[in-house]
Design a protein. Sequence first.
Length: 364
Amino acid sequence: MNIIVIGGGIAGISIAAELSRDHAVTLLEMEKQLAHHTTGRSAALYLGSYGNSNIQTLTRESFDIYTELCNEYGYPLLTPRGMVQILDHQQLHELDETLAKHPTMEIISIDELREIAPYIRHELVGAVLHDQSGYDIDVAGLHQTYVRRFTSNGGVIEKSNEVTKITFNSNGTSEVRTPHLTFHADLIVNASGAWGNIIAERAQCATIPLMPLRRTIFTSKLSQSYEPGPMVLRHPEEFYFRVDRGTVLGSPADETPSIPCDAQPEEIDVAMAIEAINEFTTLNIRSVESTWAGLRTFTSDKSPAMGCNSDQSHFFWFCGQGGYGIQMAPKLASLAADVINNKINTADASLALQLSPQRFSTHP
Ligand SMILES: Cc1cc2nc3c(=O)[nH]c(=O)nc-3n(C[C@H](O)[C@H](O)[C@H](O)COP(=O)(O)OP(=O)(O)OC[C@H]3O[C@@H](n4cnc5c(N)ncnc54)[C@H](O)[C@@H]3O)c2cc1C
């Protein structure tokens, strides 16, 4: 088949690389460079306990594929980094439910917390959940590995090519227009992140419930140096931060609804995060080194939309990766390629069904 993939973030490049084993694939990206939007702005964390059960399955099953990709890349793509989730004294009744939802977590004592994150004010801590299934992801390395795999299979990347119109013929083939070029395809893969519904509208296909939510990150220099610590998350997801020697990276864990755009950080979100982290720790953050923001785009049930559109089987959704699009990319891309190639195995069939956008077919 001739396949057009729209979007050069992690979603687009990973599925393009998988599909390029069996098909002629062209990837269209509107920006001058790939990974300019959400993919280039993440916290770069792999966490087995994050997200709903579909996300946890996709993340867990990505792990072995990371090992393969790592061999291809020639450098580590995952570096261990634990995570601690901290409940205050008033939240102790939520402990059992949180543990049940996140099987990779275990309770540790405040003394154990002190050893790995000595800067947390222990009098504010009611309980500590520790997840050792965490890693830092080399996002640029992961993205680059997929680019190499894609291009070495003959895949073509066209940057600065915004898809402005898609016209389907009665047999399902389509014409895809950008301001300068026209392409012909047997299948369109919509991996345009926050722009997912705009692409659907440009193709005159039914939209799905997708919501881009802005999230902000800042980094600061600290006056003291610490051993690299775990990602610290204030339960349930109030703010988070991690310390690496003399630097802290933090986020207010904001989720501000946004239109699809080049998201920019708001000063107020950074200030709120710093205030919350300073109250919770002895880090005494005083200045900001860098800030950025990106759009985490969720479907209404927080699982990605992966599969054919309800009214156009030649339009394949690959959107709604939310806050987990990097960590689960390897499994999600290989699952999607199996669906497109009609090679889905019985173990994956029920997961693929749960991710199908057909679940939103009553969406107006
Ligand atoms: C602050 C923050 C922290 C995060 N932390 C983590 C984390 O720790 N771990 C994790 O796994 N995930 C994390 N995420 C989520 C992760 O970054 C996303 O799920 C993932 O990057 C989504 O990738 P994508 O390819 O779908 O979107 P994008 O990277 O946004 O790619 C979509 C692409 O489509 C292109 N496009 C749009 N319209 C068109 C068009 N008309 N024509 C051509 N191209 C078009 C865009 O230019 C863009 O390049 C975080 C996100 C943010 C913002």
